[in-house]
Design a protein around this ligand. Structure first.
Ligand code: ADP
Ligand code: MG
Length: 232
């Protein structure tokens, strides 16, 4: 990759403002938040509950629109895009992982990872090949036929990771992805995330309460009065 390509953040949040109405009262959650996510860099978002971590992730992932400010993906402003174009960017450029795996219970691990690729229009054979590769890479080659209920919590979450990177996104956003797991399992899933950053140079933002895991990431930020502040 040329140096020039590295100069544009994968995702850039510029002066993001987001309010929710609490009854009649507006509640300002994000107030001028700025954040650049870079290829190959893992960023921990560490802040108390209710400070706006999920809101920030949803806005960065184009799942929710800010009231003010702009979300740039690969240098392109997204606020003026049609819903179809936003959806397209979300499908191809951004992967999302939640605290609960949100896998489809009726489908196997393999099928869950194939689905985003099929929605994108890839041929079935190709999606089988790629899904198998990703699941093997994450140590799940002997679990591909299992349905979510037949997997452990850590395995379910690794399948969710595989699904999130199935379309080779440039950004991976994870909202407390190890929050439901015991410490050992959390460590496994965390290692899988770090392995993915190294292997794919994806830009990663992980909301977490786990200071130990945050300490092992490239960079740490928090939310204070609706703004992103760098820690350390
Ligand atoms: P965190 O992920 O850091 O716990 P959230 O981003 O989920 O914080 O929420 C921040 C604040 O915004 C919370 O007080 C929450 O109750 C409020 N909030 C979040 N989503 C909505 C919504 N859709 N409508 C109203 N209030 C919301
Ligand atoms: Mg949250």
């Amino acid at each position: 990759m040329s140096e020039g390509a590295e100069e544009v953040p994968v995702v850039y949040l510029h002066e993001i403002k987001r309010q929710y109405m609490q009854g009649e009262t507006p509640l300002t959650i994000l107030n001028g938040a700025k954040l650049a996510l870079w290829a190959g860099q893992s960023v921990a978002l560490v802040a108390p509950s209710g400070t706006g971590k999920s809101t920030l992730l949803h806005i960065a992932g184009l799942l929710e629109s800010p009231d003010e400010g702009e979300v740039y993906v690969g240098g392109t402003p997204t606020s003026g895009l049609s819903d179809v174009d936003r959806t397209q960017i979300r499908r191809t450029e951004i992967g999302f992982v939640y605290q609960s795996h949100r896998l489809l219970p009726e489908f196997s691990a393999l099928e869950n990872v194939m689905l985003p690729q099929m929605i994108r229009g890839l041929k079935r054979g190709e999606t089988v090949k790629r899904a198998t590769e990703i699941l093997s890479y994450l140590g799940l080659s002997d679990r591909i036929k299992h349905r979510p209920a037949e997997l452990s919590g850590g395995e379910q979450q690794r399948v969710a990771l595989a699904r999130a990177v199935a379309n080779a996104p440039r950004a991976l956003l994870a909202d407390e992805p190890t929050g439901n797991l015991d410490p050992n399992t959390a460590d496994h899933v965390f290692q899988a995330l770090m392995q993915l950053v190294k292997a794919t140079r994806v830009a990663m933002l992980i909301a977490t309460h786990n200071m130990d895991l945050a300490g092992r990431m490239d960079r740490r930020v928090s939310l204070v009065n609706g703004e992103v502040v760098e820690l350390d």
